[in-house]
Design a protein around this ligand. Structure first.
Ligand SMILES: Nc1ncnc2c1ncn2[C@@H]1O[C@H](COP(=O)(O)OP(=O)(O)OP(=O)(O)O)[C@@H](O)[C@H]1O
Length: 275
């Protein structure tokens, strides 16, 4: 059975004038222990998808089944209960949004354990800290007293501390410098190898490519490809995916030349837009 099954999901946002159709008929599934990357350009609906799975945006239609429960129409109480069970955890791009600025790192890490009523909080906090390779001396500090890379590792530690079966990552390395990015990506690979299912959302194909088993490509609110990562990278089908692959310098095996990129940009109406 799938751990996450998204079927025919539509999300509209109400605007001052009219509505915006942010997701159109999105279907995506994730098996236990699987890592699925979702990539797409800015505005393609990536964060909307993450927010819908976390119950922060209400879908217009469609189903989101998490571990057997259809959560699309859950009320606040049902969401609180699902979070308390710790099946799904999340890490956002900005760790300051996942961490309470007024709680020390020790308090932030202990909080989910306390909600679950676990024993051995002190021991579990110490263990998780060493798993994300952070020093115990950071425990008494506030998030604002850590570097960006340290903060993101604390956010990953907090997401993992209840041993969730699914972790949703929305641009987890985008705000990090390259050294910290590599370290956090290594950490995500370790999680994947330890059997945690990851939904890894990013605009950067290069970051996702080394971690994901499968890659889904979102383009203007629709999933235009959903295949094994190696096949998306080596045989991209949709013009947007071909443009992404040809623009990622470390994925040159399937790269198109400059002329082909020009053609793809014209096809996608992206003249002048950075990719
Ligand atoms: N609260 C909102 N109200 C109205 N429109 C919104 C809202 N949130 C997002 N949108 C719009 O929905 C579309 C999808 O936004 P979303 O944030 O999901 O894209 P994204 O792929 O995550 O982009 P980025 O990579 O820039 O974060 C965009 O056109 C955006 O302007």
């Amino acid at each position: 059975m799938s751990l996450l099954e998204i079927s025919d999901l539509d999300v509209h946002y109400r605007r001052r004038v009219g509505r915006l159709h942010a997701l159109r008929g999105v279907s995506l599934s994730l098996s236990p222990g699987e890592t699925v990357g979702v990539i797409g350009e800015t505005g393609s609906g990536k964060s909307t998808l993450a927010r819908a799975v976390l119950g922060l945006v209400r879908p217009t239609s469609g189903r989101i089944v998490v571990d057997g429960s259809d959560v699309a129409a859950f009320n606040q109480r049902q969401w609180r209960e699902l979070r308390r069970r710790g099946i799904v955890q999340y890490v956002f791009q900005d760790p300051l949004k996942s961490l309470d600025p007024d709680l020390t790192i020790a308090e932030s890490l202990a909080e989910p354990l306390r909600i679950q009523g676990s024993a051995d909080i002190h021991d579990t906090v110490r263990k998780i800290l060493s798993r994300v390779r952070l020093d115990g001396s950071l425990l008494d500090r506030l998030p604002g007293e850590l570097s960006g890379g340290q903060r993101q590792r604390v956010a990953v530690a907090r997401a993992l501390i209840t041993s969730p079966r699914l972790v949703l990552l929305d641009e987890p390395v985008s705000a990090l410098d390259s050294a910290n990015r590599v370290q956090v990506l290594e950490l995500l690979k370790e999680l994947r190898d330890a059997g945690t299912a990851l939904l890894f959302i990013s605009h950067d194909l290069g970051s996702v490519a080394g971690v994901a088993d499968r890659i889904a490509v979102l383009y203007q609110g629709e999933v235009v490809e959903d295949r094994p990562a190696s096949s998306v990278i080596n045989e991209p089908v949709h013009p947007y995916t071909r443009l992404l692959v040809s623009s990622a310098p470390t994925l040159r095996s399937a790269a198109a030349g400059r002329a082909a990129r020009g053609e793809l940009r014209t096809l996608l109406n992206l003249e002048g837009a950075p990719v």
